[in-house]
Design a protein around this ligand. Structure first.
Ligand code: MG
Length: 416
């Protein structure tokens, strides 16, 4: 069957980063929606997509899909435990492998796969979400779930579960079918009726992908949104994959997939630029500010120089100068103490308190017998129950932001 794919992603209107990732390769299509503090979401979704590149669409079956998904789960989980910034990261994964007239779906989380067949839309995946399970048990209607405050709580993800349990589904395809993979930034912003209407358009896959993302942005753009649209034609068409990009869409990245080309995205953002772990930014930012302007307490204090000391008849002038100098020194010291106080109240680190892992505000140091930090939150996890790796993270006393520290405590508690 001839395949023609289009894709688009956008970070939306409310999020500062795009934590979705996608993979488009002829016969293999993946959408992942990452989650986790700092850079965790981006890293997890990207790792999952990168792991799927190894799947060979020409030969892979359910076993290979399951093995790739299990392996992605293990890699994400191991990295999450090894890097404190990434602790607790995870990602959804919705994967479509198309060979001949068969679609093989692998699915974890609340990203979705839809099929438009004979003009009718069918959702192929069950959301692994709290509200999704309530709907399946008949305790909530789909309409209630769509606006439920806990609709984004997912019950399965790669990286956070000890074992990956993907849904693996086989679906028969026919020429003229149109497949859609999307993150919840689309399904949460655009109704199924509107998705169906947009997929029914006679435009190419890329134009439809752009239109879907545009609709999600117009619908509020509350989340990152990623879509992959795949059209199935009766025969291999030499023009397949060279789909027109259509009219401009508000996308961070979009484009039609070329034959035999692997497209991993989003690649347009500064992910690679961000080599500094997110949680270090507050502390480093402050340090950078101080170093651009030399610390005021390091400037040579105006004081009597040999030249002034050599002046005859210092008298009153000399005493006034001494008083003025002392006043300047006092003011400078006061400013230095104030600046240090502001700095010290904006940095946090994780340590131990009464045997429990705890979050401290301030610097992990003592000066003249005065401790420069205090406990602001004591966790529930005992230090002696931690693994060696986790103890190293705690003992490092790295300076972090408050939210990252709190996420670290929660992550440790979740792992117990
Ligand atoms: Mg999302």
């Amino acid at each position: 069957m001839g395949l023609s794919a289009g894709f688009a992603t956008n970070r939306g209107l409310m999020r500062r980063t795009n934590e979705d990732s996608f993979l488009v390769r002829k016969g293999l299509y993946v959408v992942c929606d990452g989650m986790g503090g700092a850079r965790g979401g981006e890293v997890a979704s990207q790792m999952a997509c990168e792991r799927m590149v190894a799947i060979d669409p020409a030969s892979a079956g359910k076993d290979e899909l399951r093995a790739a998904i299990v392996s992605a789960n293990e890699s994400i989980s191991a990295r999450s435990l090894a890097e404190p910034l990434l602790l607790g990261m995870g990602t959804t994964l919705t994967l479509a492998l198309i060979r001949d007239d068969t679609l093989l779906l692998g699915h974890v989380g609340d990203s979705r796969a839809y099929l438009l067949h004979d003009g009718a839309l069918r959702q192929l995946t069950d959301d692994h979400s709290w509200v999704g399970e309530m709907v399946r048990r008949g305790e909530l209607t789909a309409a209630e779930a769509a606006v439920h405050p806990h609709r984004s709580v997912i019950t399965k993800a790669l990286g956070t579960d000890s074992e990956a349990e993907p849904d693996l589904v086989e679906v028969a395809l026919e020429p003229g079918d149109r497949l859609l993979l999307c993150s919840d930034g689309l399904s949460g912003m655009v109704s199924n009726d509107s998705i169906q209407e947009l997929l029914r358009r006679p435009d190419g896959a890329q134009a439809v992908a752009d239109a879907l993302v545009e609709a999600a942005i117009k619908g509020g753009g509350e989340d990152n949104v990623t879509v992959v649209v795949v059209d199935l034609a009766a025969d291999e068409d030499p023009g397949v994959g060279a789909d027109d990009a259509g009219e401009a869409a508000p996308s961070d990245a979009d484009g039609a997939a070329d034959e035999d080309e692997v497209t991993l995205g989003p690649t347009e953002r500064g992910r690679e630029r961000s080599s500094v772990p997110g949680f270090m930014r507050p502390a480093l930012g402050m340090g950078a500010k101080l170093s651009r302007h030399p610390p005021i307490w390091a400037r040579p204090a105006p004081q009597a120089s040999p030249a002034t000391e050599g002046l005859a008849n210092p008298g009153h002038r000399s005493r006034r100068r001494w008083i003025a100098t002392a006043a300047v020194v006092v003011v400078i010291l006061a400013l230095a103490v104030a600046a240090f106080g502001v700095f010290n109240s904006n940095v946090y680190y994780v340590g131990t308190s009464d045997g429990l892992v705890a979050l401290y505000r301030g610097l992990p140091a003592t000066v003249l017998g005065i401790q420069l930090s205090s406990v602001i939150e004591r966790g529930t996890v005992r230090y002696d129950s931690l693994t060696d790796d986790q103890r190293k993270q705690v003992d490092a006393h790295g300076l972090i932001g408050k939210e990252e520290g709190q996420a670290f405590l929660r992550g440790l508690a979740a792992l117990q």
